[in-house]
Design a protein around this ligand. Structure first.
Ligand code: C5J
Length: 230
């Protein structure tokens, strides 16, 4: 006998139109909420960015994770970090531009963007809880050179919520990778941030243009107040 299980389905008043969120088959992917991007002295600042642009998203991302955990939505964290010997860091990535410090150099929070160093760790407010998956990724996209896709398939995840930094780099890249793999994706607007507010706004517009060519967007308040169909 085939046993059918119907879980809770939420309807979110997202853009460009309503997003149906099957709670049992949804995961939230929190992208790169690391000290190296968010705090002074890390990778983001060495590239010349104003890291204070990212702080408002931390609080909302915390509320998003709290809501997801209470709902039973699986939480996944990613971090952009490299092996200490830099074997997974292409020279093109390390040598690009004229940063004050390059990936692997010693900074005030340890070696820049190296897994296991203080800077590569998550900001304390967004530390993973025991049992939550942490994907360490060498690229901007979380599907590249990781087991993320297999994990999602193994756990019957079809829908993804996204938060994290930075909107137009790792968040957008991962969301596009997910979209190409057939996942239904929604970016939580106020749980993501960019060093360049105009880039964030442009990314939100690109995602939901053309009937949601990459996916949906909605602020956290609309997700938390979503009505249940079942
Ligand atoms: C960047 C990221 N901006 N996590 N990484 O280099 O978006």
């Amino acid at each position: 006998m085939i046993k059918k299980t119907f879980g809770e389905m939420l309807t979110v008043n997202a853009l460009p139109y309503q997003f149906l969120l099957p709670v049992e088959h949804t995961a939230v992917i929190m992208i790169d909420m690391q000290r190296d991007f968010i705090l002074p002295g890390g990778f983001g600042e060495t590239l010349g960015n104003d890291v204070s642009q990212l702080t408002s998203a931390v609080k909302v991302a915390h509320s998003l994770l709290y809501w997801c955990r209470r709902k039973g939505i699986r939480v996944i964290h990613t971090k952009e970090a490299h092996a200490p010997d830099l074997s997974d860091c292409p020279p093109a990535k390390r040598n690009r531009g004229k940063p004050k410090l390059r990936i692997g150099d010693a900074g005030s929070m340890g070696r820049i963007l190296i897994d296991g160093e203080e800077g590569s760790d998550f900001v304390p407010e967004l530390s993973p809880l025991p049992g939550e998956l942490v994907i360490v990724k060498p690229g901007k996209g979380a599907f590249y050179a990781t087991k993320l896709d297999q994990f999602l398939k193994d756990n019957k995840i079809t829908h993804l919520l996204f938060g994290g930094v930075t909107t137009e780099v790792c968040v957008q890249t991962t969301m596009r990778e997910a979209n190409d793999r057939g996942y239904e994706c929604m970016l939580v607007e106020d749980a993501t941030a960019s060093y360049f507010p105009a880039f964030k706004e442009a990314t939100l517009a690109m995602i939901r243009a053309q009937g949601g060519i990459v996916g949906w967007t909605a602020p956290l308040a609309l997700i938390m107040s979503a009505k249940s169909l079942i």
